[in-house]
Design a protein around this ligand. Structure first.
Ligand code: 10G
Ligand code: SF4
Length: 319
């Protein structure tokens, strides 16, 4: 897009939310693919998008990663990496049966939920899992327990209507990327209906999810429009758009600056920007550049938390 005459540019206040963008689990997962390519050379197969971002996936594909949905699409004698969202137990089991070299890039905070699920089953409990049907993290967590041992609750209506044979041995766990506010409402309903229900030890919604939602809340009330950089299949990014909308802003999820529809800015004096946990910072900068071609920007960084979380790499790649 050509720059417009500076005289014709209008002023635009931009509030950039922080924390935004990559979380520690995403950083680690991408690094795992890069290190695997360095160690074993291309191709390295990745089961499912390593994180839900086309830019990230395309960049890794350019370096030699091959993305597939199922393990049986991976040829013999080629290393395979499992995505950050986690996999059912049956996946590493199948890889072992085929004697494949595999690296599990599941975020340690998702693995923590998996271990909690295992423990609850050992204690003879039935698990209510709060999450979104069909999401890979949900499929992976359901795959940690025997069939029928976990019930999915997606909405407050589900929580109000779910029926269990024995309500004295219930526990709940949640997906890591949910809306903090919706989840509190669902959990309140579960606790009211099943007072003996066992809660997770800590929050299952991870630090990155809640920090990014808090940061959007801090800016969205002052914004006419909020842009969230993220993919349509990125659960945590979708939640950020919802949070902004609930604060009264017009909110749009965009993958790249090129998707921006300038009509969205009609009448807007203040614009907010955030990015999902799988969206690289370079895409935030690209959006700022695109806005700067049409408007004279006054950019304010609004930070609501400092993050210093980092996860260790799997030993096979760090030694
Ligand atoms: O938000 P979701 O779970 O859809 O994934 P993402 O790839 O967009 O972001 C990173 C979060 C995870 C890997 C899930 S814990
Ligand atoms: Fe891990 Fe949270 Fe990032 Fe998911 S969103 S990869 S749980 S840090």
């Amino acid at each position: 897009m050509a720059d417009i005459d500076p005289e014709l540019k209008r002023p635009l206040r931009v509030l950039v939310a922080g924390p935004r963008g990559f979380c520690a689990g995403v950083d680690r997962a991408i690094r795992i693919v890069e290190l695997a390519l360095e160690k074993w050379g291309a191709p390295v197969y990745v089961r499912h998008e390593i994180v839900h971002n086309r830019f990230v996936v395309d960049s890794l594909r350019a370096k030699g990663a091959v993305f597939v949905e199922e393990l049986d699409e991976v040829p013999e004698d080629v290393p395979v990496i499992f995505s950050a969202h986690g996999v059912a137990k049956s996946v590493p089991k199948a890889a072992e049966a085929r004697k494949m070299v595999y690296v599990d890039a599941t975020c340690p905070l998702v693995s923590k939920v998996h271990r909690q699920a295992e423990r609850l089953i050992e204690q003879g409990r039935h698990i209510i899992f709060v999450g979104h049907a069909g999401h890979p993290e949900v499929i992976g967590t359901f795959g940690q327990v025997p069939e029928g041992a976990m019930t999915l609750v997606e909405t407050i209506e589900d929580a109000e209507s779910a029926v269990f044979a024995d309500t004295s041995r219930l526990a709940f766990l949640t997906q890591t990327t949910l809306s903090v506010d919706d989840t509190h409402a669902i959990v309140d309903a579960l606790r009211r209906r099943f007072p003996e229900i066992q809660a997770p030890r800590g929050e299952d919604i991870c630090y990155a999810t809640s920090n990014r939602q808090d940061a959007v809340k801090a800016i969205a009330g002052d914004c006419d429009v909020v842009f969230v950089i993220g993919a349509p299949n990125s659960s945590n990014s979708l939640r950020l758009r919802e949070v902004a909308e609930r604060c009264g802003a017009r909110a749009y999820l965009v993958q790249r600056a090129a998707e921006l529809d300038w009509a969205w800015l009609d009448g807007a004096n203040t614009v907010g920007i955030s990015a999902g946990a799988s969206a690289p910072e370079v895409l935030v900068q690209e959006l700022l550049e695109a806005l700067g071609k049409r408007c004279v920007l006054s950019v304010e960084q609004i930070s609501t938390a400092v993050e210093d979380v980092a996860f260790k790499l799997p030993r096979v790649l760090s030694e």
